[in-house]
Structure formats: C-alpha cells, structure tokens
Write a protein that binds this ligand. Structure first.
Ligand code: NAD
Length: 287
C-alpha cells in the first residue's frame, strides 16, 4: 500500500495540470450515504431509485406538484434536499483535496456531489456537475438563484408554486435530476478540464452515471506524448497516452476493469487522500 501511495504522490508532483473527479463516496465518511455502495440509498431502498428516475418528467409536466411534494417534510425529496447536510462537515478526504489545491498541484475539482463540502473544506475551483444544494435554477434559461432569494414557504402559503424566473420558465432545484440534461456551461467547462488535464484523480465514484463517467474516457483519449522508435529500417512514431488516471475507491469500478484508469488505490478516501498529501509533503521536503 505504501508503494502505491508514494506512486500517486510522485505522479501528482510530476503533473502540470491535475484535476480531481469526485462522487458520493467522498462524503460517506461525513455521514451522507451514497447511492450504490453497500449502505447506499438505492441499495437499501430500490423503490426510491425508481421514483428518482421519474422526477424530471414529473417536474416538466407539473412543476407545482413537484414543489408541493418537495416541501412536504414527510417526503423523501424533502429529506434528501433539506436533511442531507444537517450537522455534516467535510472529512479528511475533502481537506486533503483542498490542501492539494493550496499546494498548487490540484487545479480543479469536478464533483457529482451536491453537498458543497469541497467548497467548505477550502477548494476554490469547483465545478458542480450535478448542481449544488444552496441554489435553484430556471429550467428554461438556466439562470441560477441562491436559495435565500426565493421564499418557498410564502409561495406555498399563497398557493403560488412553482417559483418562476423572469423569462417565464419554472424554477427547480439546481441538483440535476435523472434524465435532465447537464447545464451547458457545466458540460463545456468540465470537458475542457478533462481534455486539458495531465492527471485525473478519481475519488469515491462508481463511475456509472453518464455523461460524468465519460470524462475519464475523454482524458484517456488525449494523446500528446510521441515516442519515436528506430530499429534498423523501421521508423515508427507511437502516440502514448499522456494522462495519468488514478482511482481512489472502496471497490473496483468499470474504469478499473476497462483499463481506463492506470491504477486504483482501494480503500476509504478519508484515509487514503490524507496519506497521499502527507507523502507529497515528505517528498517535497526531500527535494
Ligand atoms: P455512487 O453511489 O454510485 O458510488 C459511490 C462509490 O463510492 C461506490 O463505488 C462506493 O463503493 C464508493 N465509496 C463509498 N464510500 C467510500 C469511501 N469512504 N471511500 C472510497 N470509496 C467509497 O455515487 P456516484 O458515483 O457519485 O453517483 C451517484 C449520484 O448520486 C451522483 O450523481 C451524485 O450527484 C449523487 N449523490 C450525491 C451525494 C452527495 O452530494 N453527497 C450523495 C448521494 C448521491
């Protein structure tokens, strides 16, 4: 284990533009269940997964009914959005990624999490691929609103749900529902980051939710390294993949099995990431 932790630390130190991709596994040690891990929400309550898949279509058809259910404290949507962060704090894994950014090594975090714990831990450049809990978003024009700017309880009392944007579109949670397109700005910025990075550190994601899971594939196809071989009459230029892809996850994922990632460090992000940072500090001290 020490060898592979040191390898990751060295790879990070040798990188010019490292980014992290994170998923729900990053926050389980903060007390937020993931969806598909052994204690995941879907694993324990498969019926909720089915309901979640229908949510966006239902919102499109009847946004008023969505908001009425969303504001019902007995409902699971309410407990997901309102209960998710109650008393929750970033864990050592979040702080490790923040420290890598402060060291100048990590340039960006692209997270699937809506819990905003990366920002709370200190990361400045965070792309929220599936939105953030403290925001709402117009489903038509994509404009975002801080949640404090919309008084949902008043709208409910006055029977004026759903909230509407100036453009006339219905406003929803910023969190991206299943079947909902990823907002264009987010899609573009993350593709740019994935294409431009030379190291991708993928933490706590089962990598089965698309299009997020296509970002490592995009990074893998980036080939800028050229290796020239000359052997007698044979002169060949080989294009060598130039992005290092490292996974830190409790279990192997499709990225591990398909060889998209170069290697996996299997274990808890809250334990492994701080060890990688500690190793970077040690190696920097040796320089
Ligand atoms: P997922 O539930 O599909 O997969 C989580 C992965 O992390 C699993 O492979 C699991 O084994 C692993 N894992 C769990 N705890 C870990 C730990 N401590 N250390 C290392 N690995 C650990 O999650 P996903 O891939 O992020 O996809 C699910 C979707 O659910 C995402 O779109 C995300 O938006 C959403 N979600 C977000 C939150 C949150 O904001 N915290 C919570 C639940 C779900």
């Amino acid at each position: 284990m020490e060898d592979i932790v040191e390898r990751a630390a060295r790879d990070l130190m040798n990188s010019k533009y490292a980014i992290a991709l994170t998923g729900a596994g990053m926050s389980t040690e903060s007390g937020i269940p993931d969806f598909r891990g052994p204690d995941g929400l879907w694993t324990k309550h498969p019926e909720l997964e089915f309901q979640a898949y229908r949510m966006y279509d239902e919102f499109k058809v009847n946004p008023k009914a969505y908001w009425e259910e969303r504001l019902n404290p007995e409902g699971w949507i309410w407990s997901f959005f309102e209960g998710l962060k109650k008393g929750v704090k970033p864990n050592p894994g979040h702080y490790a990624l923040a420290e890598l950014e402060q060291m100048g090594i990590l340039k960006c975090v692209i997270t699937q999490n809506v819990d905003e714990l990366h920002q709370e831990a200190g990361n400045r450049n965070v792309i929220e691929y599936h939105g953030g809990l403290s925001k709402f978003r117009c489903d038509s024009c994509g404009r975002r609103f801080h949640r404090d700017k919309i008084d949902l309880e008043r709208l409910k009392r006055e029977d004026k749900l759903p909230p509407y944007c100036d453009c006339g579109g219905a406003i929803k949670d910023d969190g991206v529902f299943f079947g909902e397109p990823i907002p264009g700005d987010v899609l573009q910025n993350s593709q740019q980051e994935a294409w431009g990075c030379d190291l991708m550190l993928i933490c706590g994601t089962s990598a089965v939710v698309y299009p997020f899971a296509s970002l490592p594939e995009l990074a893998r196809t980036r080939r800028s390294g050229r290796q020239t071989t000359r052997d007698l009459d044979l002169y060949a230029i080989q294009h060598v993949p130039s992005t290092v892809i490292i996974e830190v996850n409790a279990e192997p994922t499709p990225l591990t099995k398909s060889g998209i990632s170069d290697y996996i460090i299997q274990g808890k992000t809250g334990e492994i990431l701080p060890r990688i940072v500690q190793e970077v500090r040690r190696l920097r001290g040796l320089r």
